[in-house]
Design a protein around this ligand. Sequence first.
Ligand SMILES: Cc1ncc(COP(=O)(O)O)c(C=O)c1O
Length: 414
Amino acid sequence: MSTEPTQLSATAAAPIAVLGDRSLFPTLQWPVHANFAAVSPPSLPVQQAMVEQVCDVARRGSFSFGDWIAQRHVLRADLAALLGCEPADLALVQSTTAGIAAVALAIDWRPKDKILCFLGEFPANVTPWQQVALRFGAVCQLMPLPAPQQEVGPWLEKVEVELRKGVRILAISAVQFQTGWHAPLAELAELCHRHGAEICVDAVQSLGAVPIDVKQLQIDYLSCGSHKWLMGPEGAGVLYLSSERRPQLHRTQAGWLSHEEPVGFLLQGPGLLRYDRPIRDRSDWLEGGNLAAASCAGLGAAVGLLRSLDPKLLWQHIQKWHDLLEPALQDLGFGSLRHPQERHRSGILAVQPPAGVSVVALHRALAARGMLTSIPDGNLRFSPHWPSPLEETAQLAAAVREAVAEVRASPALS
Ligand SMILES: Cc1ncc(COP(=O)(O)O)c(C=O)c1O
């Protein structure tokens, strides 16, 4: 059986995404869904791709296996086009966390190696580093991020002070989940390399809305789950391992599908079962066994929709949505955490409620009005994507006004 792409690479009459058009989400019950930074509802093409994958296995049983292995090649190629790298640089993984943990476990740690993480990060890019530090005698240090609207220069100087002392790897999110701050990845990567460190990026709050070019940015490792800005389902994700770093990584997590020609022994008769075939030097050696093929199929459909859009127009659409809502919220007394400079902005518009207004009560009052948002780390977070109509910002602003009044009027809610 070949593991090269087959007929699945041919996309017939692929559906396209239209900015501000929710028609590919006919069952979405929320009149306003501004929560793509949490979980993206699957569009019809994503649902169909997943159902088709399951139905195909239901029909053909193990005969379908080769085609779904081949779909991985197509998916890696599509993701590589989004990330500006080669398909060979990518491995499909289960989640952002799984990708980060895989990198952490593959590094050749030396005792007392320093891992630089950041206070305020989502734990997915801290916990795996803390665990490998415990296991291998490294040190995981947490340093502050800049305040949300602060100039980034003084903070970069502090990062450089730490790098000068000796850091093995710096781990950071491209976009912070609770403020929407887009980190200066190019500057960070350059500083890391100048001082002999590597950089590992959690891209789950950016890829799909905030363009990332891993080669241009000189990123060493990047992990991204499917179910937020990529708009795929849970259970799939992508891990980038730069070709320069790959040779130094331990292959301890390799499995039966990591070898060159891994499946011949199942299909081509006796004498082919061996344990000494080389482990592939492409990043997909990390795909050591079966993956969630239905989730990969769904992610493929989601990426296809994203790639039907001009990334610049998508960015402008999201920023326009923010531009419309932000002043209305500020008029109501909310403090915006959106950065004054465009390069530090993202798909997330996060605000802090007026004094004395409980964010938990506000979130509930908005949900009761049909508006889905989220409240990570106590901020009220709005995260629109390509299907979000610009007109919904007026509905949202009105609902927020009512919700604030309701929460203020009922001391039990505050
Ligand atoms: C920055 C960040 N990283 C990671 C995650 C979780 O990623 P996963 O569940 O794909 O591991 C989230 C949110 O759920 C997040 O906001």
